[in-house]
Design a binder for this molecule. Structure first.
Ligand code: GLC
Length: 446
């Protein structure tokens, strides 16, 4: 059963992008906005001493710190300091919201999730960059990420890197078992995993992000979407459509990974970092993760990159392969000192310039946001996700677009986790979500 969407605009929640769209649009999801109380007043936080503070979560490859060091070497007047924020995007968001509500300008620049800009812009927590990030600059970036930073016609963020869910697999083990390629359906993934676990004694078949947090929402949605389910009506974002046999089939497939012994029960507590050790440590055959994980292969006691490869995520029965879309952007704090904001802009220009984006992509296997870098031979050679973006990331789905997305996500994370952990049946989780999400949607400003 294939879903059909007849969306009015590209901003609709369930819309999928094909490969051409992905390259054209850059694959970033379009974020929803939640109104979080009164808008802040902006303004200064004292005299600027030349130091800007940049917020971002964990950067496992070490490449971000290298770029910050390069920037500091090249600049006499400005120095950038990284404030390490939570790697869990939901916790990072909560921390920022608290700071913004206190009109705290100490974090000058925010490396932030693709699902945030509209929400922060609506509350005047971040500044309008339309005059700085000019149309001619924007035209060099993938269109999707730019759109995801645009709110009511103004652009509030500069796309730094984009993200899409991938299937990592053990090339060596699949070859040895005689499989001609990675699985293209979830059922096939289970079959391959079960056979290899039996023949080779590999501990886990599949690991992914099943914990109760934003990443759990993305993973659950990938199953639901890959079976043809949707969260919102693509023609009417105020209508919740999650209660369908397709959505239930999606969560059943996810739950069966655990109940059929392919994924460990503990997967319901895993975020991205918890997936690295089992897969890169050689204990798992398959792993769902973002492009960044590839750069960790071969480091410390992790297996070599030659033993692994990546593929599009498997399709649901009667559905299609679907990748959740992510990505990170730079936002300037509206409460920071105006001089610090100017200095932050210098840092943004440095970080998103072709040379630094290339360095970042090569160092951490990230998907760049400058279109031209998708044709860069060196990047194509060493960043497999870039190759896949051109060839195989056919269906990328943004998270539901709604002014109340962050509230919806909390409910989805809870129910998807309950279903995965066996605390609710997939049908129960979906039925609860239908009611909960509809009541949140009903409160959304129209
Ligand atoms: C990745 C994505 C981001 C998403 C997060 C969930 O960092 O880029 O968009 O929200 O994972 O854990």
């Amino acid at each position: 059963m294939t879903r059909k969407f007849y969306g009015k605009t590209s901003m609709l929640g369930g819309r999928r992008f094909n490969r051409r769209d992905f390259l054209k649009m850059g694959g970033a999801g379009l974020a929803g906005a939640t109104l979080l109380g009164a808008a802040g007043c902006g303004g200064g936080g004292g005299s600027f001493n030349g130091e800007i503070t940049v917020g971002f979560g964990r950067e496992a490859s070490g490449t971000l710190q290298k770029l910050i060091d390069q920037f500091n070497k090249q600049n006499n007047d400005i120095s950038a300091k990284w404030r390490v924020m939570p790697s869990d995007t939901g916790q990072y968001f909560d921390q920022l919201r608290t700071q913004f509500q206190a009109q705290d300008g100490s974090l000058t620049l925010i490396g932030g999730d693709v699902i945030w800009p509209a929400q922060f812009a609506a509350n005047s927590y971040i500044i309008d960059l339309s005059d700085r990030f000019t149309e001619s600059m924007r035209s060099k970036f993938l269109q999707g990420p730019v759109e995801s930073n645009t709110y009511e016609g103004n652009v509030y963020g500069v796309p730094w890197f984009t993200d899409a869910g991938l299937l990592y697999y053990r090339k060596d083990l699949l070859e040895k078992a005689g499989f001609s390629g990675p699985p293209t359906t979830w059922d096939e993934l289970k079959e391959q995993a079960q056979q290899i676990m039996q023949d080779e004694g590999t501990k886990f078949g599949f690991v992914f992000q099943g914990a109760e947090y934003e990443g759990g929402t993305v993973n659950g949605l990938e199953y639901i979407n890959s079976y043809g389910g949707s969260v919102l009506d693509p023609n009417d974002a105020s209508k919740v459509t999650i209660d369908s046999p397709e959505s239930v089939a999606g969560l059943e497939a996810q739950r069966s990974m655990v109940s059929d012994g392919v994924a460990p029960q503990a997967v319901s507590t895993y975020a991205e970092p918890e997936c690295e050790a089992p897969f890169l440590g050689g204990d798992a055959i398959f792993c769902r993760n973002w492009p960044y994980m590839y750069s960790l292969a071969g480091t410390e006691n992790f297996i070599d990159p030659e033993m692994i490869d990546i593929a599009p995520l498997p399709a649901g029965e009667g559905g299609e392969s679907v990748s959740g879309l992510g990505g990170w952007n730079f936002f300037i704090n509206a409460f920071a000192d105006p001089e610090a904001q100017d200095a932050a802009w210098e840092f943004v220009k440095f970080m998103t310039a072709p040379e630094q984006q290339k360095f970042y992509s090569l160092g951490g296997s990230y998907l760049p946001t400058l279109t031209a870098l998708y044709d860069d031979a060196e990047i194509k050679e060493s960043v497999p996700a870039v190759r896949l973006a051109g060839e195989a990331l056919k269906n990328t789905v943004p998270r539901p677009v709604s002014p109340v997305y962050s509230d919806m996500s909390l409910q989805m994370a809870e129910q998807f986790n309950a279903s995965l952990g066996g605390d609710a049946s997939p049908q129960e989780a979906i039925s609860s979500l239908q009611t909960e999400l509809q009541s949140i949607a009903d409160q959304a400003p129209s």
